[in-house]
Design a protein around this ligand. Structure first.
Ligand SMILES: [Zn+2]
Length: 125
């Protein structure tokens, strides 16, 4: 569930392959500066990536009735990420197509109303 992508950089620039110089730290990670292309890089990158498996787990847990905060705690994902992923997953869904027309159904009991909800008409055969 938790996937961290880390990449160790050598002292060469990954954009122009020139030699980089050390230029301080960012959150405990060595930063490098390329004087040729004026870009900063870090020796190590860490990203928390939500995978396709996370989307499947979010869908499964959401369908089971688990709340957004609970899904976030269970999958160790931020609840805003869970909410955003649910919205993205829901946008991929297509509306169901009802292709049945002119069908005949046999009903033995039916309860409906005419006009207002308190005037219930029952039909039992
Ligand atoms: Zn460079």
């Amino acid at each position: 569930m938790l996937s961290i992508v880390s990449q160790l950089l050598p002292a060469t620039c990954r954009y122009c392959s020139a030699t980089c110089i050390k230029k301080g730290f960012y959150k405990g990670v060595q930063k490098y500066f390329c004087s040729t292309c004026n870009k900063y890089q870090r020796s190590k990158y860490q990203y928390r990536i939500t995978s396709a498996q996370d989307d499947k787990n979010i869908t499964l847990l959401n369908n089971e009735g688990m709340g957004i905060s609970s899904i976030g705690r269970y999958l160790q994902i931020a609840k805003t990420t869970v909410r955003r992923r649910i919205l993205l997953i829901s946008q991929k869904l297509a509306a169901p197509v009802f292709s049945e027309t002119n069908q005949v159904y046999e009903v033995d009991e039916m309860q409906t109303f005419i006009g207002r909800n308190h005037s219930v008409v029952r039909s039992v055969q």
